[in-house]
Design a protein around this ligand. Structure first.
Ligand SMILES: [Zn+2]
Ligand SMILES: [Zn+2]
Length: 374
């Protein structure tokens, strides 16, 4: 079928992307779903730092690629071997498919699936090289999702159904920002209400970590970011104290659990320094592959400190998304508060600039429903 989608053709274009325009919107060909795949009509897709990392070249991926890995929509067709999804279901797309056969999958969410990671790196679907093309030229999938389009074909392992009462923008954010930030809190730190928790880096993932920590009743909740506007927003999401990194260092503020969500070595160092003796630094950010930091091994030993890395919040999407759905439905996890702008497919270059400037929490592309569904 013919679809409309946003394709990245260049990862070496200079800022501002609004002028250099590495992303273009095209008519594309999308093949029918295979036996284990589903066709989804996309309703909403969030713009995430992991998209920007491909645009700015920090994550080198094969191009051209149809970006977008945080999305939700309605199932429009299912393959022959798909039996637990039906046409009309609302689904959250999840960017790390799990084969449930490899050694990594056997360890729960602690390790990313080996086969899913291979497919993601190659720009393929879990069980197929790809269903997208532009004038006969192959277009790669982004993280098994490619949500910046009117429709997607995606493996059944990359979707999780949610109730029709969950708005599409909320459903989209469950798939990356909430799964990652929420998972860092629930799956990794797992604080008690009397523990204190700090979040360093307040993008969509960091803000989702704050929301989740507030939802489970963590009483002292510290938020850290370079931008004062982010600190103001964090207060509205439940932060009880807010600091710039400079204020944090000058005042020696620490917490038992510190979650780094910025994906920058300076943010990791800030998070490590702000972790109390006996505490845990959790890092979920994705810095450039060449980035390094200097740590004191003596601090680790003498202060009985833990540093733990977590990909996608150590999530098992099929287990965790229903949990966040329930928290949202109970009014404890107001995910809609993370949305800072609603945009169209044609606005993506400008959206990447906003993200690179740190000015946005979550910009969400909202697609018009087809006329027959209105
Ligand atoms: Zn993401
Ligand atoms: Zn696996």
């Amino acid at each position: 079928m013919r679809i409309r989608g946003a394709v990245l053709d260049h990862h070496d274009r200079p800022r501002p992307f609004a002028s250099s325009r590495p992303i273009g919107v095209y008519d594309l060909e999308l093949d029918e779903p295979g036996p284990t795949e589903v066709l989804v009509r996309i309703e909403a897709a969030g713009v995430c730092h992991s998209d920007l990392s491909v645009v700015d070249g920090n994550r080198v991926r094969p191009l051209p690629m149809l970006l977008g890995h945080e999305a939700a929509g309605i199932v429009a067709a299912v393959g022959d071997e798909v039996d637990d999804l039906a046409v009309g279901d609302r689904v959250v797309m999840s960017f790390l498919p799990r084969c449930e056969r490899c050694a990594a999958c056997a360890r729960g969410g602690q390790l990313p699936c080996t086969e899913g990671t291979r497919a993601n790196t190659a720009g393929e679907l879990l069980h197929h090289p790809g269903r997208l093309s532009r004038d006969g030229e192959r277009v790669r999938h982004h993280l098994g999702v490619s949500g910046f389009a009117t429709h997607a074909v995606i493996d059944q392992a990359s979707v999780v159904p949610v109730g029709r009462d969950v708005p599409p923008e909320v459903a989209a954010l469950l798939g990356c920002a909430v799964l990652t930030g929420g998972g860092a809190v629930l799956n990794v730190a797992d604080p008690a209400p009397e523990d204190d928790l700090m979040v360093v880096g307040l993008g969509g993932v960091g803000m989702a970590a704050l929301l989740t920590a507030a939802a489970i009743g963590v009483r002292r909740l510290v938020a850290v970011d370079r931008l004062p506007a982010k600190l103001t927003a964090a207060r509205e999401l439940g932060a009880t104290e807010t600091y710039t990194p400079e204020q944090l260092a000058a005042q020696g503020i620490q917490a038992r659990y510190v979650i780094e969500c910025a994906g920058h070595p300076a943010a990791f160092e800030t998070a490590f320094l702000a972790t109390a003796a006996g505490g845990t630094t959790v890092t979920v950010g994705l810095p450039a592959p060449s980035a390094t930091v200097t740590l004191s091994p003596l601090t680790l030993t003498a202060q009985a400190r833990t540093v733990v890395g977590s990909y996608l919040g150590s999530a098992v999407p099929a287990r965790d998304i229903p949990r966040y759905e329930q928290m949202w439905r109970a009014g404890r996890l107001p995910v809609e508060k993370l949305i800072s702008a609603r945009i169209g497919l044609d606005d993506l270059n400008e959206a990447m600039d906003q993200l690179a400037d740190g000015a946005a929490v979550r910009q969400v592309i909202v697609f018009d429903p087809p006329t027959e569904a209105r």
